[in-house]
Design a protein around this ligand. Structure first.
Ligand SMILES: [Zn+2]
Length: 136
């Protein structure tokens, strides 16, 4: 894949991938904590050449807690293809985001928000809390 290049963050609090501890974001780029997160109703589309093994169990476990963080900047992720999803906050065009190292699905990026009140999310990233670990 040639995707081994990874960035390393510094700061008081760094969030990493729960699977491989790759740095993803810091508390400084966190915009808000999202409660009662509506889960995308459509199953994630797998990128070409990737198997579903180890993919759906994560999805199920995150759906039970529904806690996630909204970040302005996230590093070391691969963005999937855009798709429209209906959430409790309205319809959004989102992309799944994957850990660049272990390919765990970590959340999604908002490409476009149809509701005016949700426009601030465009270009921002959702990371699911139970897929993150604190890295120091
Ligand atoms: Zn990872």
């Amino acid at each position: 894949m040639g995707m081994s290049y990874r960035r390393y963050l510094s700061g008081n609090r760094i969030y990493g991938c729960s699977g491989c501890k790759t740095h993803l974001a810091t508390i400084h780029t966190m915009i808000s904590r999202v409660r009662s997160l509506s889960y995308p109703s459509t199953p994630p589309r797998l990128p070409p050449g990737r198997s579903a093994h180890g993919f759906y169990p994560c999805r199920h476990s995150t759906a039970s807690t529904g806690r996630a963080y909204l970040f302005d900047t996230v590093v070391n992720v691969v963005e999937g293809e855009p798709s429209d999803r209906q959430m409790t906050t309205g319809n959004h065009t989102v992309r799944d985001i994957y850990c660049v190292k272990c390919e765990t699905v970590l959340g999604w990026k908002y490409d476009y928000a149809y509701e005016a009140s949700q426009k601030y999310k465009e270009g921002k990233y959702i990371l699911e809390r139970n897929l993150l670990v604190d890295v120091q």
